[in-house]
Ligand binder design. Structure first.
Ligand SMILES: NC(=O)c1ccc[n+]([C@@H]2O[C@H](COP(=O)([O-])OP(=O)(O)OC[C@H]3O[C@@H](n4cnc5c(N)ncnc54)[C@H](O)[C@@H]3O)[C@@H](O)[C@H]2O)c1
Length: 324
């Protein structure tokens, strides 16, 4: 298939682009490099360096070749930042996605795979099924839910089939691809930066959540398992169809458990201090991914936190400056 892939210079999009190429698909990466890295775009992909905000250019790019599908990873993805600058998120994540959908209509592209998020759900002590209560805790999650709504109307009105994949926390690395955001806000890379001597200590945001040890609980999914789900969703996606799937492991780990596991993996003491809660963080988000396992036969290989952190550590240790 010919795939138009937004955000393919980022952490998850670049890994997906590489896997698509390995499976024999053709890939055009569309990325402004606002948070991504040119070096992360895999060899073999065509690359358009441009911003989704340039709606005319997006229209032209999508019409330039007969694409079979769009995979839409590009977004701002820092929940904490979205609590300070909501407009930045509504503009980039929601408004520009609307115009990408309009471009799909014009170019007659009938399949779209979308990077949604666990941030659409209300915090819960139960495993979250896809029909669990929705209620984002931050504007970032709201933008993801808004785009899911847009997708469904474009399916009903224009027959665009979509798969909304609600990722829980993407984590870990492949041999040549890892997480490199600047500034970094994700827990595992932040902790590993302490092990590399790039930060003095781990700051734990909030020790008073109603959880077993007072810190937030999240579900971590390995990058390669996330990517394999995209390939399955793409294969199964038909024009006019709708899929919504959680992508997680079904195991929740607290911030303290992540830090403790990282101590074991790295052999560093990793000093940690509790600080105030970060606005917009729900207490607990853990997935049930039974639906995608049952319907698409997805089976994640790496549910073990130690393995996930080890793979991230290997990448950070060998790429201390990320892609630079
Ligand atoms: N990382 C996670 O744990 C996680 C969890 C849930 C959902 N997601 C979603 O997955 C997707 C990818 O996340 P990531 O962690 O790889 O983020 P990332 O920041 O590494 O990648 C995003 C990419 O999109 C590009 N981009 C952003 N806005 C753009 C625009 N207007 N025009 C062109 N390119 C633009 C960036 O340059 C970057 O390369 C995002 O949609 C994110 O919301 C991520």
């Amino acid at each position: 298939m010919k795939i138009f892939l937004t955000g393919g210079a980022g952490y998850i999009g670049s890994a997906a682009a590489a896997a698509l190429l390995e499976s024999g698909h053709q890939v055009t990466v569309f990325d402004s490099l606002v948070t991504g890295h040119r070096a992360a775009v895999p060899d073999g992909a065509d690359f358009i360096e441009a911003d989704l905000g340039d709606h005319e250019l997006v229209f032209e790019a999508l019409k330039a070749q007969p694409y079979d599908a769009v995979m839409h990873f590009a977004a701002f993805a820092e929940a904490g930042e979205s609590m300070r600058e909501p407009g930045k998120y509504f503009e980039n994540n929601a408004h520009h996605s609307l115009w990408l959908l309009e471009a799909c209509v014009q170019a007659e592209v009938k399949r779209l795979v979308y990077s949604s998020s666990a941030a659409v759900y209300v915090t819960s002590d139960e495993l979250l099924l896809e029909d669990a209560r929705l209620g984002p805790s931050n504007p970032y999650g709201q933008t993801k839910l808004m785009v899911e709504g847009l997708l469904d109307w474009y399916r009903r009105v224009h027959g665009i089939g979509y798969a909304a994949l609600r990722y829980f926390n993407a984590a870990g690395a492949l041999a040549d691809r890892g997480e490199a955001h600047a500034p970094e806000s994700h827990l595992i890379p932040l902790v590993l930066q302490v092990a590399l001597g790039q930060r003095p200590e781990v700051r734990i945001f909030g020790g008073d959540y109603p959880t077993s040890d007072g810190t937030c609980i999240r579900d971590y999914i390995h990058l390669s398992d996330l990517v394999s789900a995209h390939l399955l969703a793409l294969e199964a996606l038909e024009p006019g169809s709708q899929m919504i799937y959680n992508l997680g492991n079904g195991s929740g780990f607290s911030v303290r458990q992540v830090v403790e596991t990282a101590r074991k993996v790295t052999g560093h003491a990793l000093p940690a201090t509790d600080t105030d809660r970060r606005a917009g963080d729900p207490a607990r988000l853990v997935a049930s991914s039974e639906k995608i396992r049952g319907e698409l036969g997805w089976s994640p290989e790496y549910s073990d936190l130690e393995h996930i952190i080890s793979s991230a550590w290997e990448w950070h240790r060998t790429h201390p400056q990320g892609y630079k």
